[in-house]
Design a protein. Structure first.
Length: 257
């Protein structure tokens, strides 16, 4: 049976890791590379470094941060999210040490460019970030740069149908920062029933993680704030998810060797 992933997310703003509450209030946590090193040591299945201001500021990816993280020699697969504008950006991110990249603004602005990225680095290395909410009974996709909402349209659906995107990261931006509040309707109402889904935003409680990971279309759940203030939080969560196809807590494996 394929294992489902417990993914650690580092939210970065102005170069610093932050605890985010609804992408409106932030508490500083420290240097992202230090947090990444800890998450690697504690046994995350994947790490997403999500720079939430790079696309809004037209700054491009934070390659300097990626270089610092890559220099640590982490064992955990690394996803770079934030600021990807082009095929060249995606290629440079992989060369700097990212295992995968995550696109958001490009899904709105340049679907053809996303196709080019998938052809160049492989669709398995492309994740699509989708800030979603339920409004008036329908699924709405947020462009966080403008605040505009729209339905998931044909251009995005075509990318998914063509398998140019390996996984869709559903971001419950309304509940981000509220542990255990992820809106399951985002999963149930997602229009493509074949693409593997990752869930982020309000996913950080054992009960909600269990509900998410039990869903057949959900391949992983991403947690941020819950992991920020307690050592071994990943191991404790994995123990609480016993019975689900989640990888064993890392420190248990090490003790058996």
């Amino acid at each position: 049976m394929l294992r489902k992933r417990l993914i650690a997310t580092i939210v970065v703003r102005a170069g610093w890791a932050v605890q985010s509450m609804g992408y409106r209030r932030y508490l500083p946590l420290g240097r992202p590379e230090v947090i990444a090193e800890n998450l690697d040591r504690w046994g995350a299945d994947e790490i997403i470094v999500m720079s939430i201001d790079r696309s809004r500021d037209s700054a491009g990816p934070d390659f300097a941060l990626l270089d610092r993280i890559a220099a640590l020699g982490l064992r955990t697969p690394l996803v770079l999210a934030g600021g990807i504008r082009s095929e060249a950006d995606a290629v440079q991110a992989i060369r700097c040490g990212a295992d995968r990249i995550c696109v958001d603004a490009m899904l709105h602005d340049d679907p053809t460019g996303v196709r080019a990225i998938a052809e160049r680095i492989g669709a398995q290395a492309v994740v699509g970030a989708l800030p979603l909410s339920m409004r008036d009974g329908s699924l709405q996709w947020l462009d966080y740069r403008t605040g505009a909402h729209q339905a998931v349209g044909p251009a995005l659906l075509a990318l998914l149908a063509e398998k140019r995107i390996a996984e869709a990261l559903l971001i419950d931006w309304c509940n981000e920062g509220k542990d255990g509040s992820f809106d399951m309707r985002l999963v149930r109402n997602f229009p493509d029933k074949t693409v593997p889904l990752l869930a982020f935003g309000g996913a950080g409680s054992p009960q909600k993680l269990r509900e998410l990971l039990a869903h057949p279309q959900v391949a992983g759940a991403a947690v941020g704030n819950l992991l920020s203030h307690r050592e071994h939080a990943i191991q404790q969560l994995k123990l609480q998810l016993g019975g689900l196809p989640v990888r064993e807590a890392a420190y248990l494996t090490e003790n058996l060797e």
